[in-house]
Design a protein around this ligand. Structure first.
Ligand SMILES: *Cc1c(COP(=O)(O)O)cnc(C)c1O
Length: 387
């Protein structure tokens, strides 16, 4: 028997998610240097002579604050793996970089029809460039049936705002048989909730604006992938269109990663408690949360997700009922977006972009005490019922 507690055993143990999140992307220890250097505000760098091979030349091409964040994101998306990450000014910038740098006229692209609402605007761009786009709902068999001849498959799981889940591994296997590149929008889950590259996807793309940075004060996006050629393509795209993150935003994002595990664990705990409480209410229909054991997507979500995220969606009887509910909330702010430390909710129908009922509410739980969030929601439901 091997002696337990020998130094080698300790060295071999894989790091926990919280430990990884705290240390991700930090430079090697150096006496008297800060653990995470502040943002490098630089439009250009000292650059004598031949610029070939210089790590930093001009501020649109690279920045040491991005480099540190990109290392961190690659470590979280692909622990001990070989992934590259490329940071962008927003999630949309990252999504556009993947789609517009890869897709050629005549290519067949399979997109979800229930994903992030601006994906529909990107589809129009792709079609204008001569791509053929097939739109299919998330989950079920249609995504498999749409794959023949496809060169790119885009998945968003769980989908925003409907919270449907699809089988990344099975779809990636099927899409790879067609030679397609498989992309997963990992915004909702964050890399601590789901690791698309480990599930067989080629690219994980996300908005860092939501749960990843989690404080509602930063717009950011990123692309993570193992193929250096794909990473180079999106890096070139970032440079050409100038979709670069600000150094301050990149630094705030990196700093926020240290609390990612604390935040997503607390959010997942509260989201489940909220979903359980909402399930008891007769006026609530269409309740969805992938962590809820009764949710139709739960068995699949439990196989491929490691945490179930902060979003709970449900439908109240009509527009007025939903507005009364939202107006009666005290702790939960009315706001769009999700994933922040403060709980937020909104009626998605007010935007007109999602195919949802008028009474559909997307709720994002923050890191307040679970009982306080549940109490605020139940009190607002009671108030909306009485009036
Ligand atoms: C918000 C969001 C995006 C877009 O990100 P921005 O940072 O707002 O540009 C993309 N995908 C999903 C699933 C989102 O929720």
């Amino acid at each position: 028997m091997k002696p337990t507690g020998a130094p080698d055993d300790h060295a071999a143990a894989p790091l926990g998610d919280g430990t990884r999140a705290v240390h991700a992307g930090l430079p090697p220890d150096e006496p008297y240097a800060p653990p995470l250097a502040g943002p490098a505000f630089a439009a250009h760098y000292h650059l004598p002579g031949d610029p070939a091979g210089a790590p930093y030349t001009y501020g649109r091409d690279g920045n040491p604050t991005w480099t540190a964040l990109e290392r961190a994101l690659a470590e979280l998306e692909d622990p001990d793996g070989t992934a590259h990450a490329v940071a962008f000014a927003s999630g949309m910038a990252a999504m556009s970089a993947v789609l517009l740098s890869r897709v050629r006229p005549g290519d067949v692209v399979v997109l979800p029809d229930d994903g992030y609402n601006l994906l529909a605007r990107l589809r129009e761009r792709l079609e204008a460039h001569g791509a053929r786009v097939r739109r299919v709902p998330t989950g079920g068999e249609e995504q498999f049936r749409a794959l023949s001849g496809a060169s790119l498959l885009w998945l968003e799981t769980p989908s925003n705002p409907g919270l449907d889940v699809c089988d990344v591994r099975a779809l990636a296997d099927a899409a790879h048989r067609e030679g397609a590149l498989v992309v997963v929008d990992n915004t909702l889950a964050t890399p601590l909730g789901q690791r698309p590259l480990r599930l067989g996807a080629d690219v994980s793309v996300a908005s860092g604006t939501k749960a990843l940075t989690g404080h509602g004060d930063v717009l950011l996006g990123y692309v993570a992938c193992r193929d250096a050629e794909v990473a180079d393509g999106v890096r070139q795209w970032r440079k050409i269109v100038g979709a670069v993150p600000g150094p301050m935003e990149a630094w705030l994002a990196h700093r926020s990663l240290a609390t990612l595990r604390l935040r997503v664990d607390q959010q997942a705990r509260t989201a489940l408690a909220v979903a359980r409480a909402l399930a008891e209410r007769p006026e609530v229909s269409g309740l969805r949360h992938p962590g809820l054991p009764e949710d139709a997507a739960h068995p699949l979500a439990a196989r491929q997700m490691r945490r179930f995220g902060c979003v709970v969606s449900f439908t109240l009887p009509d527009l007025e009922h939903a507005e009364r509910f939202l107006a009666a909330l005290r702790l939960v702010h009315q706001a769009t977006s999700f994933g922040g430390v403060r709980s937020t909710a909104e009626r998605r129908g007010r935007w007109g972009g999602d195919a949802v009922p008028e009474g559909f509410v997307r709720l994002s739980v923050g890191v307040e005490d679970t009982e306080d969030v549940v109490a605020d929601l139940l009190r607002a439901l009671d108030a909306a019922d009485r009036t």
